[in-house]
Design a protein around this ligand. Structure first.
Ligand SMILES: Cc1cc2nc3c(=O)[nH]c(=O)nc-3n(C[C@H](O)[C@H](O)[C@H](O)COP(=O)(O)OP(=O)(O)OC[C@H]3O[C@@H](n4cnc5c(N)ncnc54)[C@H](O)[C@@H]3O)c2cc1C
Length: 309
C-alpha cells in the first residue's frame, strides 16, 4: 500500500513540487545521489574506483516531453564521457541511459529519436573505450527498449540492457538475450505494474529472479546481478560456480548509497562489483523509487525532517 502510494507519487507533479521544495529533503537525497554537477559524479567515481569498485553513471532524468530536453541529456552524456576519458576513468566506469530521457516518451517519433540519440551516446562511449547499458522503465516501454537495443547492437555489440524479474515475460527475454557478447543487468524491477504483466508477491518475484538468473548464467552472455538481496547474491554465486563461471565472467551491481560494506566485501573477494551512481538535478523519480523499496528509508526521511524541523 505504502509502496504503491510512493510509486504513484513518483509520477505526480503536485507531490513532486511538495518534496522538491522542502529544503530538508536534500540530506536524504544525498544518500542516494552523487550530487548535481558532473564534477560531483567524477569525484564519487574516483573514490569508488580507488576502493576497487567499478561504476555505471546515470545522468538523472526521465519521461522527457521536449526535444530540447532530450538534446540536453545527450550533451550531458557526451560531456560526461569526455571527462571519463580525460580523468582516466573510462576503463572502470560506463554509463547507464534511460531511453525516456533521450526521446522515447516524446509525443511524436519518440522511438526513432531515442534510437538516434542513444546511437550518439554509444558512438561517444565507443571512442572513449567504455560501454552503455540501457535502463528499463515501466512495462509499456519494454518492447521499444529491446528493439532499440537490437538496433544499437548491430553497430555496438557491447550495449547492455536491464531486464526486470517482476515481469512475467522476463524469463523468456533472458533466454533470448543469453547469447555471446550480450550484457544483461538483471534487477527485480522498481515501477508500479499491473497484475496482468507482473508478479505482485515478493516471493514470486524472487523465484522469478532465480529462474532468470539460471538462464543468464547457463547462457553465453555476460550476466550482471543487480540486487542488494543477500539471499539472491548467495544464489548468484552458487549458480555462477555451477555454470563454471569465474569472477570476471559475471558481475554484481548495487546502487550508490545502498549496502556499501557488502559492496566492499564482494570486491574484496575478487568479484567485479559495479556501483550505479546517479547525478544531476532531476532526482525526484529516482529518489521516490528508492523510498518505495524500503519502508525504513521513509522512516529515515521523516526522522530527518522532524529532527531538523
Ligand atoms: C545496478 C542497478 C540498476 C537498476 N536498474 C533498474 C532499472 O533499470 N529498472 C528498474 O525497474 N529497476 C532498476 N533497479 C532497481 C531494482 O529493480 C530494485 O528496485 C532494487 O534494486 C531493490 O531490489 P533488491 O534486489 O535490492 O531487493 P529488495 O528485496 O528490494 O532488497 C533487499 C535488501 O537490500 C536493501 N535495499 C534494497 N533497496 C534499498 C533501498 N532503496 N534503500 C536501502 N536499502 C535497500 C535492504 O537491505 C533490503 O532488505 C536497479 C538496481 C540496481 C542495483
Amino acid at each position: 500500500m505504502l509502496r504503491s502510494s510512493l510509486l504513484f507519487a513518483s509520477r505526480s507533479p503536485a507531490a513532486r513540487t511538495l518534496v522538491e521544495t522542502t529544503p530538508l529533503t536534500k540530506p536524504v537525497v544525498d544518500r542516494f545521489v552523487a550530487g548535481s554537477a558532473v564534477d560531483d559524479a567524477i569525484r564519487i567515481t574516483r573514490e569508488l574506483v580507488d576502493s576497487g569498485r567499478y561504476v555505471t553513471l546515470d545522468h538523472l532524468g526521465e519521461d522527457t516531453v521536449q526535444t530540447t530536453d532530450a538534446d540536453a541529456t545527450v550533451e550531458a552524456y557526451l560531456r560526461l564521457l569526455g571527462l571519463l576519458q580525460e580523468t582516466g576513468l573510462s576503463e572502470r566506469a560506463e554509463v547507464s541511459v534511460k531511453l525516456s530521457a533521450v526521446g522515447q516518451s516524446l509525443p511524436k517519433n519518440g522511438h526513432r529519436i531515442a534510437l538516434e540519440n542513444a546511437h550518439k551516446i554509444c558512438s561517444a562511449a565507443g571512442v572513449v573505450g567504455t560501454t552503455v547499458t540501457l535502463d528499463m522503465e515501466d512495462h509499456t516501454t519494454t518492447d521499444s527498449t529491446l528493439d532499440i537495443l537490437a538496433e544499437l547492437r548491430l553497430d555496438f555489440p557491447w550495449v547492455g540492457a536491464v531486464l526486470q524479474a517482476y515481469l512475467k515475460r522476463t524469463e523468456g527475454d533472458c533466454r533470448d538475450l543469453a547469447t555471446a557478447g550480450s550484457r544483461v543487468r538483471l534487477c527485480k524491477g522498481a515501477y508500479k505494474e499491473p497484475e496482468s504483466v507482473a508478479y505482485q508477491d515478493k516471493h514470486e518475484v524472487d523465484l522469478s529472479y532465480v529462474r532468470c538468473l539460471k538462464a543468464l548464467m547457463n547462457g553465453s552472455g555476460y550476466p550482471m546481478v543487480a540486487s542488494h538481496d543477500p539471499r539472491l547474491i548467495e544464489i548468484a554465486g552458487d549458480l555462477a560456480a555451477s555454470a563454471g563461471r569465474r569472477p570476471g565472467e559475471f558481475e554484481y551491481q548495487m546502487l550508490y548509497g545502498i549496502r556499501p560494506t557488502e559492496q566492499l566485501r564482494l570486491s574484496g573477494e575478487g568479484h567485479r562489483m559495479r556501483v550505479y551512481v546517479p547525478y544531476g538535478d532531476e532526482w525526484y523519480g529516482y529518489f521516490m523509487r528508492r523510498l518505495a523499496e524500503r519502508p525504513a528509508n521513509i522512516a529515515f526521511f521523516l526522522r530527518s525532517l522532524l529532527t531538523r524541523g
